[in-house]
Ligand binder design. Structure first.
Ligand SMILES: Cc1ncc(COP(=O)(O)O)c(C=O)c1O
Ligand SMILES: NCC(=O)CCC(=O)O
Length: 426
């Protein structure tokens, strides 16, 4: 038995499903999750000493590669002054200015400790600001595990077959309306059927929790217009795509300004950080400036802020993201060529350094239903073949993949060599 298997069996005794977050389990692909010992650059090493080229990157934060010296040094240096104070610090001001400067639609920002807290708080704020209760989200989008957002959710909820979680009271879920991603008519219908009731529309501007689906032309612009027409707050959940598709995030890439933005992952450089922010007129409703309550013992934690600032500062380096985009393009093109060579029905999506792989006859995937109908069995075989060859992809067909600044020609060659052999056996 491998050490991972041994640890997995022991962990099942004291941790539900042996993991502290369901997506880490291999329920969607079968088998035993790999227990990690350490990580460096584009690789991690498991407890049995095997190295993997990592395309999960801790589910997004590791855009600079694992164990980046600038971030590690920022953490070590900050830790010498104490770990948490529960009182304001200068680094919080520096970090807030940095975020608002990089994302100009954000006049003000509040730091939290996870993406879940960010979206949950942004929704409460939108409801408090508008005095309305209903929200619109999109089937297959995941915004963390707050009750009102675990309705037809993506990511692990979808992988485990419980997109609407038991434990969410029907009285809460009834305020959550779900539309189809990339389908403006489905949103318009909901708004018309619920006049003056919709507080907010929350969307991942690039869907990354139902595999990877970019917005079709006009979709985000259309949401902006519909929100303006119906007095609803537009929230872009950029927890995943924020800073990954450009320093200004998806809203800069597509040139559409939301009212509120939620952030996480890259924002903390690997430490637990989330944030929400946006127009001052809305943010001023937040306690203690206004009446909508939101709080956190460790919010704005000095170690996390220093790690996050180091992460954001790296993104400011000239042309920093270009090599990641080039790598991602070469990766998906290479995989497509190999799939074609071995006559495996397959297509890909990518934006910036996010990508999605689909085992399907469809030429282009733009809708949730196409993802759900793609060949899950093929994905599982592909996943395990790649894992065996030392290439770590997300253990689910409903997750985006990520490239980091540490991926290079060598990791690309390893990946494509492995894929050539795995596709040949599908
Ligand atoms: C788009 C999006 N929003 C919110 C979340 C929730 O963030 P967290 O897991 O940090 O709570 C995630 C990922 O988990 C995400 O991908
Ligand atoms: N795309 C899925 C996530 O980012 C979630 C990570 C987690 O729940 O551990």
């Amino acid at each position: 038995m491998s050490k991972s298997e041994e640890l997995f069996n022991q962990a099942k005794e004291v941790i539900p499903g042996a993991v502290n977050s369901p997506v880490r389990a291999f329920n969607g692909v079968g088998g035993t999750p790999v227990f990690v010992e350490k990580a460096n650059g584009a690789y991690f090493t498991d407890v049995d000493g095997k190295d993997y080229v990592d395309y999960v990157g801790s589910w997004g934060p590791m855009i600079h590669g694992h164990n980046h010296s600038a971030i590690r040094e920022a953490v070590v240096k900050a830790s010498l002054n104490g770990l948490s104070f529960g009182a304001p610090t200068e680094i919080e001001l520096v970090m807030a200015r940095k975020v608002c400067e990089m994302i100009p639609s954000m006049d003000q920002v509040r730091m939290v400790s996870s993406g879940t807290e960010a979206t949950m708080s942004a929704i409460r704020l939108a409801r408090g600001y508008t005095g309305k209760d209903k929200l619109i989200k999109f089937e297959g989008c995941y915004h963390g595990h707050a009750d009102c957002l675990l309705v037809k959710a993506g990511s692990g909820a979808l992988t485990l077959g419980e997109p609407t979680s038991p434990g969410v009271p029907a009285d809460f879920a009834k305020h959550t309306l779900t539309a189809e991603f990339n389908n403006l008519d489905s949103v318009r219908e909901l708004l018309e059927a619920n006049p003056n009731d919709v507080a907010t529309i929350i969307v991942e501007p690039i869907a990354g929790n139902m595999n990877c689906i970019p917005p079709v032309a006009g979709f985000l612009e259309g949401l902006r217009t519909l929100c303006d027409e119906h007095g609803a707050v537009l929230i872009f959940d950029e927890v995943m795509c924020g800073f990954r598709v450009g320093p200004g995030s998806a809203q800069a890439l597509y040139n559409v300004e939301p009212d509120l933005t939620t952030l996480g992952k890259i924002l903390g450089g690997g430490m637990p950080v989330g944030a929400f922010g946006g127009k001052k007129a809305i943010m001023q409703h937040l306690a203690p400036a206004g009446p909508v309550y939101q709080a956190g013992t460790l919010s704005g934690n000095p170690i996390a802020m220093n790690a996050g600032l180091a992460s954001l500062n790296l993104l400011a380096i000239q042309n920093y993201l270009k090599p990641l985009y080039d790598y991602t393009e070469r990766l998906v093109r290479g995989l497509q060529e190999l799939a074609d060579k071995h006559k495996v029905p397959f297509t890909t999506n990518h934006v910036g350094s996010m990508f999605g792989l689909f085992f399907t006859e469809e030429k282009q995937v733009t809708r949730f239903s196409q993802v759900v109908n793609s060949n899950q069995e093929r994905f599982k075989q592909f996943f395990h073949g790649m894992l065996n060859a030392g290439i770590y992809l997300a253990p689910s067909a409903f997750e985006a993949g990520f490239v980091s600044a540490a991926h290079d020609d060598d990791t690309l060659e390893k990946t494509l060599t492995a894929a050539d052999s795995v596709f040949s056996e599908l």
